[in-house]
Design a protein around this ligand. Structure first.
Ligand code: SAM
Ligand code: SF4
Length: 350
């Protein structure tokens, strides 16, 4: 093992703050170093977050999107995708099913779809919280501050808005018409409004370097996010990045493990994208820092159309099968299912 790797890992084991250079050294780990990195990340996860894995049932309620992100299959210009919107009663029905199966958090995710006004979304969140004993996470992209406020006042607990990449130039190229500064500012708003805030990044984006990945982790530490979603970029042939190579499992896991060392108290999912590029990807992620899994609770009729990237794991599963698969992954990893809402450890209800 390299001397600088041993030094950086030692610092992480002593819970000292890691510099960008040290994060680069960790993410650059070779095979032998990776084993040590994963083992420490697993220990730190155990120490700060315990052995519970929180189950967040995700409902992908609309695949309409006004944005044109170069990496995403839901992008506006993808005419090959058949578009759908779930009705409020369909959303509530799916949420009831998810809660009945045991999900204590419901994640509502969509493209950027203004059909669902802030009032509609606030009503949906309100009904969800009234009818079920669940926490609610929203993941619906860029909105006005007032709109976020309405949803928060209706009872939404958390918001996921990945910064995607900390490289401002790359960000602007990949997400036309938007900027990294604006995205980060939204994360600040969400925190001010009292949401538990989640960010995250893709691994393996064209033009990204190991330094960028270290910067992604630092940005999440600086913004004080409570959730960090790290997954591979998976190329989609229906997008301009279809011919680019995707992120590898090895680099994704190393980035996740380094993030666990820098953000010991953050919730980190074993992402669906990680499970898509490797059959055992989510299991492996749980063993190097992750403590959340998000079974898909979208009705089977809509699932195939929420095609962010191809080959998404569990496309033909029913919600029951997705839930059972998540349980199996948790069990295989020798962990137990979280019994509470899985709020951030820093979250205070006063
Ligand atoms: N529209 C909202 C937004 O962009 O924040 C939420 C839905 S969007 C589909 C959810 C996440 O999908 C994004 O944050 C992005 O990281 C991820 N994503 C999109 N295209 C992807 C791809 N080709 N590979 C891996 N992840 C992708
Ligand atoms: Fe739309 Fe989100 Fe996909 Fe961008 S990543 S095209 S905002 S769904």
């Amino acid at each position: 093992m390299r001397a600088e790797f041993i030094e950086a890992l030692g610092k992480a084991a002593d819970l000292q703050e890691l510099s960008k250079e040290e994060l680069v050294v960790l993410i650059d780990a070779d095979k032998e170093e990776s084993a040590a990195l994963f083992s420490l990340a697993d220990q730190v996860r155990q120490q700060f977050m315990g052995d519970e894995v929180h189950i967040r049932g995700i409902i992908e309620f609309s695949n309409h999107c006004t944005k044109n992100c170069l990496y995403c299959g839901l992008r506006r210009d993808n005419r090959q995708l058949s578009r759908y919107r779930m009705t409020i009663s369909e959303i509530l029905e799916s949420a009831h099913k998810a809660a009945g199966l045991g999900c204590r958090t419901i994640v509502l995710q969509s493209g950027e779809d203004s059909y669902y006004t802030a009032d509609i979304l606030a009503d949906t969140v309100y009904l969800l919280k009234k009818e079920m004993d669940v926490a609610v996470t929203l993941s619906i992209g860029d909105r006005l501050r007032e709109e976020y406020q309405k949803m928060r006042e209706a009872g939404a607990d958390r918001y996921l808005l990945k910064h995607e990449t900390c490289d401002a130039e790359l960000f602007a190229g990949l997400r036309p018409g938007t900027s990294l500064a604006d995205r980060v500012n939204r994360l600040k708003w969400l925190g001010e409004l009292g949401f538990q805030v989640g960010s995250g990044n893709m691994v393996g984006l064209p033009g990204q370097t190991v330094e960028t990945l270290a910067g992604d982790i630092l940005l999440m530490r600086e913004t004080g996010v409570e959730m960090a979603g790290i997954g591979p970029f998976v190329p989609n042939s229906q997008t301009p990045l279809g011919e680019c190579p995707g992120g590898t499992l090895a680099l994704t896991l190393k980035t996740l493990a380094a993030a666990r060392l820098a953000l010991p108290r953050a919730h980190m999912p074993a992402t669906t994208a990680t499970g898509t590029i490797d059959r055992r990807g989510r299991d492996k992620a749980l063993r190097c820092g992750a403590n959340v899994i998000m079974p898909n609770m979208t009705p089977p009729a809509y699932r195939a159309s929420y095609q962010i990237y191809p080959g998404k794991t569990g496309l033909s599963d029913t919600p029951e099968e997705s839930y059972a698969r998540a349980m199996k992954i948790v069990e295989n990893a020798g962990r137990r299912v979280g019994t509470g809402y899985g709020h951030s450890p820093d979250y205070c209800t006063i």
